[in-house]
Design a protein around this ligand. Structure first.
Ligand SMILES: *[C@@H]1O[C@H](CO)[C@@H](O)[C@H](O)[C@H]1NC(C)=O
Ligand SMILES: *[C@@H]1O[C@H](CO)[C@@H](O)[C@H](O)[C@H]1NC(C)=O
Length: 453
């Protein structure tokens, strides 16, 4: 480290302590009771071509019995400035709830045992995968321009003390997968985890990769290195996932919604179990030129165990994605969600990357799912080029009407825009306490677990 770099690092440290030396209770209470707080994840250290895919336990999260109204995030650098996807590709981040046995020290999540151990109990979403995808919140490169607002009068209920088993407390963990593509020979290839660019032959556990496995999470696990151009200087950089949670305290006027995630790789219709494979590959079309059609369509089906009203929907796709939809048994569109591609270079508008997904906010009561109804998820990708490790997820929030408890819902205006809690969030800041606390905490090195558990 040169003197100049050292002094720069020092000034950054000072700047950070100034910027973040704010009140820990950076909570703004608005008239309508909406609260909002900005947090920083633990520090993620990257260098050109490097991959960080780590699990962070007991992350900062609003406390108490609350209803989450939105959960947004982005990658920022030490100065708090947004980092472009062209430099740090955010492959995914997911937030998972778990119950942790009180008083037990230093328990580590064990990848082989999974979450169902006596000291950890996974408290995942409502389905529908049997394994994997237990998160309440989670997105990837599209994070910046994807609305996550839960419209009134709904909310995602968390922190209900009656639901936490005796002797446990509710906590949250993050899995954050970031790929530094500065100086990469093939940045898009790095983001698609193409094995040839990572020069790996074994997975994170040392198991040999199958010869036909050409790309995906098994090739870009924590600590792997994507190929960079000759002479690229290995400049280290620290980034953080900055996340903003909005919530209201729980009350009887809030209608709870269930969180369901569909996966287009789910094998349920063939195997009877929801084996969600999470990733798949798209082959380059051999007939596309002749037919002028470069659409690769994949479908899966699933059912919900409840009757309910869909109040929000969004798909997750990777670069190359051209749209996704969830259909009812009769073919009606429950929600259709399309990627928004960036056009330029700035953070939030990176050319070639999906910077947002369109979302659905059906008029309350207008999109109903019947218990046991076979739903079809469709995920379209462009097959003009081949793609590895792509995803086709669909995330919906459903107000359960099976039990018919406090029947919703006053109908709002016709608008498709959510009736959010209206008021702009005031200048919020993040605190030194958060940073320091995290840095001291031991970080787990589980390697490849991806978003599966
Ligand atoms: C690729 O991996 C092999 C075996 O681990 C190693 O010998 C070789 O130097 C690596 N090549 C590059 C370009 O990193
Ligand atoms: C997917 O592609 C097929 C074939 O072109 C098309 O019929 C369908 O409407 C597309 N679905 C979505 C959700 O874009």
């Amino acid at each position: 480290m040169s003197a100049a770099t050292r002094s720069l690092a020092f000034s950054v440290a000072i700047a950070l302590s100034v910027i973040y030396a704010c009140d820990t209770e950076a909570v703004v209470t608005l008239e309508n009771r909406l609260k909002s707080k900005v947090f920083l994840s633990p520090k993620i250290t990257l260098h050109p071509g490097s991959v960080s895919n780590k699990f962070y336990y007991d992350v900062e999260f609003p406390k108490g019995h609350i209803a989450i109204k939105s959960f947004n995030a982005e990658v920022v650098d030490e100065a708090g400035d947004p980092v472009s996807l062209q430099e740090t590709y955010l492959h995914h981040w997911v937030a998972v709830r778990y119950y942790y046995r009180k008083g037990v020290k230093n328990i580590k999540y064990n990848a082989n045992l999974g979450f169902q151990q006596s000291n950890f109990i996974l408290a995942g979403n409502d389905g529908i995968c049997d394994n994997g995808l237990p998160q309440f919140f989670g997105l990837g490169s599209e994070t910046r321009k994807t609305s996550t607002d839960v419209p009134d009068p709904y909310g995602i209920e968390v922190g209900n003390p009656l639901k936490v088993p005796d002797g446990y407390e509710e906590r949250w963990m993050f899995n954050i997968h970031a790929i530094d593509t500065r100086g990469a020979v093939d940045a898009m290839g790095c983001t698609e985890c193409r094995c040839d660019l990572y020069n790996v032959t074994v997975d994170a556990y040392g198991r040999p990769l199958k010869p036909d496995y050409v790309g995906g999470l098994y090739c870009c696990y924590d600590g792997t290195q994507c190929k960079v151009k000759n002479g690229v200087e290995s400049v280290e950089r620290n980034v953080y996932l900055k996340y903003t949670v909005k919530w209201v305290d729980w009350s009887d006027s809030i209608v709870p919604v269930k969180v369901y995630i569909f996966d287009v790789t789910d094998t349920w219709q063939h195997t009877g179990i929801h084996d969600c494979l999470i990733e798949y590959d798209v082959e380059k079309s051999t007939t596309g030129v002749a037919t002028n059609d470069f659409t690769s369509t994949r479908r899966s089906s699933g059912i919900l165990p409840i009757d309910g009203d869909v109040v929000y929907g969004v798909a997750h796709q990777h670069s190359g994605g051209i749209g996704s939809a969830l259909y009812g048994k009769d073919g009606r569109v429950i929600c259709s969600s399309k990627p928004i591609y960036g056009q330029g270079k700035s953070a939030g508008d990176e050319a070639g990357y999906i910077v947002g997904m369109s979302t659905c906010y059906p008029k309350p009561g207008s999109v109903r799912i019947v218990k046991g109804e076979a739903l079809t998820l469709e995920s379209n990708y462009s097959s003009e080029k081949s793609h590895t490790g792509v995803m086709g997820l669909f995330y919906i929030l459903v107000a359960d009407s099976s039990s018919n408890f406090n029947a919703p819902v006053q109908i709002h205006e016709e608008s498709k825009v959510p009736t959010v809690w209206g008021v702009a969030v005031l200048g919020l800041a993040v605190c030194a306490a958060v940073l320091v606390g995290y840095q001291r905490r031991k970080q787990n090195e589980d390697g490849y677990l991806s978003i599966a558990t």
